[in-house]
Design a protein around this ligand. Structure first.
Ligand code: WTA
Length: 653
């Protein structure tokens, strides 16, 4: 978050109460009801969550709601048997929703596919049988590198159905990133596709996978999904014995595949996310708690009603797509819109065209998208009838009040509440958010904790403060269960504050007099670029692989559209501090190849030295001051204080 933004939210006094019309129809429409429920969820979580969990289907009831005996390795609904796919699909077919739309898919070129719950059940069972035929069973890891086509959701659900652990890799990641994730998770199968449309071009995903898995001994098979099931194939190489076209295998399997009855604490998925060291972490989520929490948060935060058409614009490759495109909304039996392509293709009104076409009523997107729309101009929004919308949501980074107001007025026509939802890959579901029928909103604030969430702002000693570190003091059902293969890192990252008592999310925040939370941003070395987490250490380790680079320091800086951008200070070997554009291009290409295009820095500065303490630690704080044009903080601890002046001159030249 930029300094200007912190200042503007500090002065923010506007408050928007839900209209009485919205409140009268909302699932929770009275403040007293919210308070009673919240109190109960905190005072008696066992009873609260036990009751909610009963709204889902369990093959066998749980014995204990929460087991804290191995804190911080919490267990929820122990002894219970459940299947997330059953709750997303079969349950609705059995309960009269067979013919209701489940997924309304829109391709970038304008082609559409609609799957009812009955059709989704059929597709998911077939997919699950194909997985089984390829030797996948309970506990096996399956990497999924697919574009935003219906088969992405289907593949995820098919894994859940048979108890395989999905590890979805966002389709913007490079071959090298695929390799890291496939090797770490020991994936036996990789699911990919022949292509997808993005801004009018075809992304060749299969080629990237082929390159990525060259040295992955665990991979036995590759399943290749055709973007156009009944139409043109995009060209790609198929390796005999290893690679299979999905549609060919699917035509040979039965359309019936029963759900595996899983233990509540069986692994549902791994999803890799960046932390403050170079290696991404495989965040672990298990079936029972994750199901219950995503079910309930979707229901209440998005106030889902029977006739809603719900659209979350996130890619399933990120946690938002997992929890609020697939599992949360489908468990609630709603109609889910899924879109393949870019928001500005063929024109900057593509999202609004889709809202109008499919009569979307609940719309969930990210601040970076909202800021891009603001820049593209009001006329693109004004061209469309958006009267179907009744509720808007935002996620991924702090939203600046100006963007909030624009969203509220231009997209929401001044009538739609906005839910600013704060959460993380690790939390599995939304922890801070308004409830749209009761919580008056303030532009830029994620307002208050959800049911069962005991949030506070603490200092390093654990004292409550008005500003400081965000802490969560009680476990909630979808809390991460660990980091795959690295329990020590799990403890060190999230539980090394406050004597291991509370969960540490890594965000700084403040709380106002109404008890509203205002997230300021990360306090670790993670930068949020367009809502995507990138560890600065990840980029630094890419740069030092170049033979000419001795050392580098990467920082986050405010960016008008992306929220934050990356700036790299690169120290070259020898005396060549000048560098060259050619070298800059080489380094950018390395970032593309090792992480992905989205991680490219805004600026690469070659320098002769970096500001370091006498013990050799790079002072990133000073680099940030230089990059943002701030007055320099304390420089007295520097080994060579003149370094910052040189860098400052160089940065602005
Ligand atoms: C940031 C995305 C302010 C935060 C769901 C968090 C937010 C990180 C918000 C997690 C919000 C997410 N307001 N900041 N509404 N939502 N963040 O794991 O810094 O990709 O720690 O999960 O995004 O990013 P992740």
């Amino acid at each position: 978050m930029s300094v200007e933004n912190i200042e503007s939210v500090m002065q923010e006094t506007r408050k928007f109460a839900p209209s009485s019309e919205f409140a009268s129809k909302a699932r929770i429409g009275r403040w007293e009801d919210y308070e009673t429920m919240y109190r109960r969820s905190i005072d008696d979580p066992g009873a609260f969550w036990g009751e909610i969990a009963q709204e889902l289907h369990w093959f066998q009831p749980w014995k204990q709601v929460l087991d804290e005996s191995e804190k911080p390795f919490f267990k929820w609904f122990t002894g219970g048997k459940i299947n997330a796919c059953y709750n997303c699909v079969d349950r609705h077919v059995a309960n009269g929703k067979a013919d209701q739309e489940a997924i309304i898919w829109e391709g970038e070129p304008g082609d559409t596919r609609t799957l009812t719950y009955a059709q989704l059940l059929d597709e998911v069972q077939r997919f699950a049988n194909v997985l089984k035929q390829l030797g996948i069973g309970k506990g096996d890891t399956v990497a999924i590198y697919l574009p935003m086509i219906p088969e992405l959701a289907i593949a995820v659900l098919a894994c859940a159905r048979i108890g395989a652990v999905h590890s979805v890799i966002f389709a913007g990641f490079s071959a090298e990133s695929i390799k890291d994730r496939v090797q770490d998770g020991q994936s036996k199968l990789v699911i990919t596709g022949d292509g997808a449309w993005r801004r009018g071009n075809v992304l060749k995903l299969k080629d990237v996978v082929d390159q990525g898995i060259k040295d992955c001994a665990s991979v036995e098979n590759v399943l290749n999904v055709a973007r156009n099931p009944d139409g043109e194939r995009f060209e790609c190489a198929m390796q005999d014995g290893r690679d299979h076209w999905y549609h060919e295998l699917a035509s040979q399997v039965s359309a019936e595949c029963p759900c595996e009855e899983l233990d509540s604490e069986d692994l549902l998925f791994l999803l890799y996310t960046s932390g403050s060291t170079g290696k991404p972490k495989g965040i672990m989520h298990t079936v029972g708690g994750y199901s219950v929490y995503t079910y309930l948060t979707t229901r209440y935060v998005f106030d889902l009603q029977e006739d809603d058409v719900y659209w979350c614009t996130a890619d399933v490759g990120w946690i938002t797509g997992h929890s609020y495109l697939v599992y949360g909304p489908l468990q609630n039996g709603t109609r889910v819109v899924m879109y393949e392509g870019a928001p500005n293709h063929p024109q900057p009104d593509r999202f609004w065209e889709i809202v109008e076409k499919h009569k979307v009523s609940v719309f969930y997107t990210a601040p970076t998208a909202i800021r891009a729309f603001m820049k593209w101009g009001d006329e693109w929004v004004e061209k469309h009838d958006l009267s179907s919308l009744r509720l808007l949501g935002t996620v991924g980074e702090p939203i600046n009040p100006e963007a909030w107001m624009w969203y509220h007025e231009k997209v929401g026509g001044g009538r739609c509440p906005i839910v600013d939802t704060w959460w993380q890959t690790e939390t599995g579901g939304i922890l801070l958010s308004p409830l749209p029928g009761v919580t008056p909103t303030k532009p830029g604030s994620a307002t208050r904790p959800f049911f069962g969430v005991d949030a506070a702002i603490l200092d390093a000693e654990g004292n409550e403060q008005k500003a400081g570190l965000l802490a969560i003091r009680k476990p909630w059902p979808s809390i991460l269960r660990g980091i795959w293969g690295d329990p020590e890192r799990f403890k060190n990252t999230y539980w090394n504050h406050w004597n291991g008592q509370y969960y540490f999310p890594g965000d700084g925040a403040r709380v106002d007099d109404d008890g509203y939370f205002w997230i300021v941003g990360r306090v670790d070395d993670v930068v949020n670029v367009s809502g995507h987490r990138i560890g600065t250490a990840e980029l630094e380790s890419v740069f030092v692989e170049h033979p000419n680079v001795a050392e580098s320091a990467v920082i986050g800086v405010p960016h008008d559209i992306k929220g934050q951008g990356l700036v790299a200070f690169v120290l070259l070997r020898g005396t060549d501090a000048e560098g060259s554009d050619a070298l800059r291009q080489e380094l950018n290409k390395m970032v593309e190849e090792k992480i992905g295009k989205f991680a490219r820095p805004e600026k690469i500065i070659f320098s002769a030295d970096l500001p370091k303490t006498r013990s050799g630690k790079i002072m990133r704080r000073l680099l940030r001051d230089i990059a943002t044009g701030q007055a320099l903080g304390n420089v007295t601890t520097l080994a060579d204080p003149s370094v910052v002046d040189k860098l400052k001159a160089q940065y602005s030249s």
